[in-house]
Write a protein of this length. Sequence first.
Length: 761
Amino acid sequence: MINSLKLIRNIGQFDSASTSASMSDVTLIYAENGRGKTTIAAILRSLSTGEALPILERRRLGANNPPKVVISNTDGSPFGAMFIDGAWNTTLPQIVIFDDDFVDRNVYSGLVVEADHRRHLHELILGTEGGILGRELQELVTQVEAHNTTLRSLAAPLTDAVRSGIPIDEFCRLSRTADINEALEDAERLLAATFQESEIRAAKLLPRIIVPAIDVNTLGNILARGLPFIDNLALEQVKTHLSKIGPDGETWVAEGMQRVDAQHLEVCPFCSQNLNTSLVLGHYRAYFSAAYNEHVKAIENILASLELQHSGDVLAELERSTRILAERRTFWNQYLTLQEFELDTAALAQDWRAARESALVAMRAKLASPLTISTLDTAAVNAIEKFNAWRGTINNLNETISVANQSIDAAKERFGASDVHLLQNDVVKLKAIKARYSPDISSACDAYLTELAAKSLTEIKRANVKTALEDYRKQKFPNYESLINQYLGRFDATFRLTQVTATDTRAGPACNYSVIINAIPVAISAERVGEPSFRSTLSSGDRNTLALAFFFASLDEDSQLASRIVVIDDPASSLDDHRALTTVHEIRRLAEQTAQVIVLSHNKSLLCRIWEGVKNANPSTLQVIRGPNGSTLERWDVNDGVATDHDRNHALLSSFVKDGGTNTREVAQAIRPTLESYLRVVVPEHFPASSLIGPFLSKCDQKMSTPNEILSAEKSRELKEINDYACRYHHDNNPSWKTEAINDAELLSFVKRALKFIGPM
């Protein structure tokens, strides 16, 4: 509670106003217009919010020192509340104020209800609890906007080109792909292949590499063969004889033996000797028998096979196959990842030729001497085995080629069934993944995702608070509309409010409502020029009534009303008598529900009415008056404002009876108006305003001793005698009323008789 306004210095009309006058639960402050009551309201508003502007903007013109305020209060501060050097040392947030600023902020400005009014009215309706939710929501909205600003900054390096056109949130959430380069190459090849489907379908598989073997065992077996039915002596004689013939002697003799046997010659065609007696001829016949011929044929076959399978054409085919393999691999490698096919054809050809020559030399020597037992020499065996070792390499190569051909077959099917758009999307995504996890972009994305997660948490909080606020508003706004209309009814307003609802705008939550006049809703803002609106349908008194209704309704909904200090500045401005009286009644009611009510007004009658209703609470009364250097504060004797002429006259008569006095003529003149005031109250139907006691007594005489008797004969006679005395001191009955002599004893007697007459009947 505010105990006193100890000092107001250099603010508005106050040069240096100080007072020790205390303020109670109900404090009434009277001030003529322009004296400073609105300044006091502004000071208390500043004390409530802690904002210095309401005081600083009212700094006294011409003052050399800054504004200073000292207020005694019950908040426990030993020095009270002080405004020094442009700031308060404490605040009293429990203060709520109705003044022009309240109206201008929450209801209307001039004749217009603007967007800011609706937003502030929304806060007013929500009250403390809802205001907390509203402020929390607005703070969360601000936080979300801050997150968005940060996200825009973090997104700067994540350009559309970097993201390959993928939305930034999706881009930053892309999962890492192992072997991204290889995957991207495969995807690009697959996409390229899709555009060349016909060419791919016509492309051939990879050729297998064919290299025939040289069987060392077969060669060894044929070289070691002879004719087992020829004895060794004969065999030696044939060989010795054949060796004497010279090269290819055995072939020559073999052909000759065929001729001798075919012609059944008995004489040698060279020497004419008898062949029947020739011992060596028998050996020849055994040597060159059918078995011999088969033996030679076998040697020839092996030799022919060697010459055919290992000819130069076959070697050339190897080189051609190897070249085709490389070419086809190059073609398919555009669309598939194929293993390298490594084959040193030069080394292979060299080893092949060496093995081939070694085998041919041995077999040709065998053919020249079929019955000569021989073996492959070490060099020949090594050459052939070295060549045959290539077979393992060739087999592995052909297995790799088989696997590759399976992939090619599958690719042909896949390429034919692929969707170009899907493949393009795959390539775009893989490029984006590669960019996403590059060092610089990766750190930028991580920071972006961190901020995005923080924003998501804030948005969840915002949604929860918004839901809570909406639920609160669904309950609060209908109640508030009902309260508003109840107050408008009490004020006997000809309009009501409808559709008091909350709405969310870009600038924040706001309150909408319409005014109902003659059962027709009128918008607070006209949609088109010339249409009825708040501006054109409500009078000044209506607008002020609406503002008061808003204020009183907000207090009714205030859960902390019992601790509030309610300050009301000129509440009855522009109100007629009935609405002013209703305002008085509402202020009296507030006095019973709040910690303190402070009312400032230039209307003494209004303040007196309030004082009369709460005088049992011992209200404090102050006034702002003109001093030598501006306005100052002092106590106000409210009796001067609340007492009627009858009260003052009655008090004057009573005081004279009790204490006497020198103002006897004033006392004598007060007797008749005291009697007249009494009669207007007791018998108003017979003694209306402007009546005189003489004519009234005539009426009493006419109705005396009848059922309609006004005064008894005794009362009538007493009133006549007192009035006859009193009329001596009034100009309308006695021209010398100013000089009419006054006897103190006589006066005292008639004063007593008058007081007795107006006492209980």
